[in-house]
Design a protein around this ligand. Sequence first.
Ligand SMILES: NC(=O)c1ccc[n+]([C@@H]2O[C@H](COP(=O)([O-])OP(=O)(O)OC[C@H]3O[C@@H](n4cnc5c(N)ncnc54)[C@H](O)[C@@H]3O)[C@@H](O)[C@H]2O)c1
Length: 355
Amino acid sequence: MMKKRIAVIPGDGIGKEVADEGIKVMKKAAQLDGGIEFEFTSFPWGCEYYLEHGRMMDEDGIEQLKTFDAIYLGAVGYPGVPDHISLWDLLLKIRQEFNQYVNLRPIKLLDGVSCPLKNDKKENIDMLIIRENTEGEYAGAGDWLYKGKQEEVVLQTGVFSRKGTERIIRYAFEVAKRENKSLTSISKANALNYSMVFWDEVFEEISKEYPDVETYSYLVDAAAMHMIMDPARFEIVVTSNLFGDILTDLGAALAGGMGLAAGANINPERTFPSMFEPVHGSAPDIAGKGIANPLAAIWSVSQMLDFFGYEHIEKKILGTIEHLLKEGKFLTPDLGGNASTSEMGDRFIELYENM
Ligand SMILES: NC(=O)c1ccc[n+]([C@@H]2O[C@H](COP(=O)([O-])OP(=O)(O)OC[C@H]3O[C@@H](n4cnc5c(N)ncnc54)[C@H](O)[C@@H]3O)[C@@H](O)[C@H]2O)c1
């Protein structure tokens, strides 16, 4: 029996609502599938905590989290707390401090989900976007000079280290090689004449170590077009922090919306805990109504189990999600139904029990 200690940060808005459903699934998987046991510790951090304490997490929050096997996050963000504070003082801090330099975002059209593309088929939308997660455009480097004065100047510097760029590209090549799939690099070397020329050079260099992996390279603007016109050309994709952030929302729209987009923030060396979360935010427009789609949060649980080495449970969770979508009876309003978050979660558990 392997015991895993999970730090749960439900966060704000619908983050709390969907995290509850994800925890239900972890408990059920432990009960039914054996071999694994979870111990949960919940942290009240997020924007409400900020409004009360003036900080998003405890001062020694990173130290506290270090001892866990994984972090399970709902979402953060709340009207009244600037988004750059909620993002930088919790989410990005955890990703950077724990060297979670790989962000895995699967984009997979499941049976039962309608795709906004005319005539598109399930097998055409099945890609894994591997996004650099600790530096690049989100390194937080820059300055704000002469603030409020006429001469005001802001600088936001992209940071692309050789170590950081090589390790994410090499990680992506390893996945492509293991899964016998093509690898596409997305950059923007025509306009970003330092960072992206460098990115392309590193991609080219590392590709020589993997002669069997078929590679493609696109500018980000062309890639956005191809994702709509011909999504089947993408299998494994590697890209920078900002481009990955934007393209995965586009990908989410192709595969059923934000309620179905899951993400894993991985520290491949396992020196620090990795973090699993739905890609969506706290959705203040629907928070408190009990209608948030919990499937992205549940899908991220499957990523966690895969990371722990329980591939059969990952597959079972994904299979259950697809079954529930195909059945079409317990869907939240974003998917055209009228079920509540917990009704959808409960139906998931019933179907999972019979998988
Ligand atoms: N990982 C995170 O914690 C994270 C990610 C993105 C945004 N945010 C924060 O969340 C707040 C809201 O941001 P936003 O509105 O740009 O993005 P959002 O993802 O919260 O919402 C975008 C739209 O998608 C819908 N939506 C999102 N998740 C859904 C779900 N599970 N079920 C049904 N509908 C869903 C929302 O109702 C909304 O209309 C902001 O404060 C932002 O900073 C946090």
